[in-house]
Ligand binder design. Structure first.
Ligand code: F0G
Length: 353
């Protein structure tokens, strides 16, 4: 294995001799067996840890491809709208490729770690009063009028790069899983995975296809409701999107794979977010936990076949959104008066005998 997806998957990607060999070491993320969840759901659950990519989210797979092609085409600047992760990834790959990066974000709704990344990588940040959908509208207009490359998932190179996760899953698992579960926001990733599984099938790497199960947040469930949500709301800010750009592709992925796109409540997302950390030792960001919240919901409905192999994609690293974890503390952490007796009492109060 080489470094990065452009090298490792060049056969399946639009890579030419002129494409810069751009990488930050993205891809080859672990596929981890989920012991607790597998037992709880009477199935085999695997977690694809996309939060272990260089900027902490799955976006790096698509971004390396989009930025390399922008550079190849002679672009000097890139732009994106983002709920945070796309901007962090765009900023990093732009820095690596020597391009300028502009990001438009919804003011007050981007997790602090993601914002810190965009700042540190040197992106120019435009924070707007308005949600992601508005930001993407602005980006489309700017991209039409000015010589600046859009690196949102409406750029087809993004989906090409992101599809590589499907190839990795087939290789790591030694087969195609029965079900792939993902959070859905702008709907690019579920479309990219489906493209990847179909490509692998076409190239004779695999002989079957999985069912694609996508989960939107209840307050932003445009595809589930089949209507644009003008005021999307959810605590999983990464998927706070009311008019997904890849809507049609996601519906195609759902229908062709005989899968489904469903919704999960903020309460269900929170429950899954904590369960993953406390029972599996995996700290993901809230939006990523929608994939697990969805599996728990479907299991309660009796919709997961006994013994099925299920891959849940954990799209982003929990460290990106420390506030989401800290806010669960009912009171501030106070220093404890340092005596052995005090510490022993604390431990006994918390169940150590
Ligand atoms: N999970 C995380 C952590 C995300 O950041 C996103 C999207 C999704 C899931 C949903 O993926 O949009 O392809 O359906 N984040 C975008 C952003 C919108 O700007 O970072 P999707």
């Amino acid at each position: 294995m080489g470094a990065g997806i452009l090298e490792n998957f060049n056969k399946y990607l639009p890579v030419t001799e002129r494409t810069p060999k751009l990488t930050l070491g993205e891809g080859q993320t672990p596929l981890l067996y989920a012991n607790y969840l597998s037992e709880a759901l009477s199935t085999h659950v695997y977690l694809k840890l996309e939060g272990l990519n260089p900027t902490g989210s799955f976006k790096d797979r698509g971004m390396v491809m989009a930025v390399a092609k922008a550079k190849e085409a002679g672009a000097r600047a890139i732009i994106c709208a983002s709920t945070g992760n796309t901007s962090a990834s765009a900023a990093a790959y732009a820095a690596r490729a020597g391009l300028q990066c502009f990001v438009i974000i919804p003011h007050g709704y981007v997790a602090i770690g993601k914002l810190a990344q965009a700042i540190q990588y040197g992106a120019k940040i435009i924070s707007i009063e308005g949600n992601f959908d508005k930001a993407l509208e602005l980006v489309r207009e700017l991209g039409e009028k000015y010589p600046i490359e859009i690196v949102n998932s409406i750029n087809p190179y993004r989906l090409e790069g992101q599809k590589t996760a499907a190839f990795e899953i087939i290789e790591q698992l030694g087969k195609v899983p029965d079900i792939v579960s993902l959070p859905v926001g702008n709907a690019g990733n579920i479309s990219a995975y489906w493209l990847g599984f179909k490509d692998a099938h076409k190239h004779g790497i695999s002989s079957s296809l999985p069912k694609m199960w996508g989960f939107e947040a209840e307050g932003a469930a445009a595809i589930v409701r089949n209507e644009v949500i003008s005021d999307p709301e959810t605590f999983a800010t990464a998927i706070r999107i009311g008019n997904p750009a890849s809507w049609n592709l996601a519906v195609q992925a759902r229908d062709e794979s005989k899968g489904s796109i469903d919704e999960v409540s903020d309460e269900e997302i929170r429950e899954a977010y904590h369960l993953l950390a406390e029972k599996e030792g995996v700290f993901c960001e809230p939006a990523s936990a929608a994939s697990i919240a969805g599996l728990l919901k479907r299991s309660k409905q009796g919709k997961i076949p006994f013994g099925a192999s299920v891959v849940a994609v954990l799209t982003g690293n929990g460290l990106k959104d420390p506030d989401a974890a800290m806010n669960q503390l009912s009171e501030q952490l106070e220093p404890i008066n340092l005596t052995e007796e005090n510490i022993l009492r604390f431990m006994q109060d918390h169940g150590v005998s």
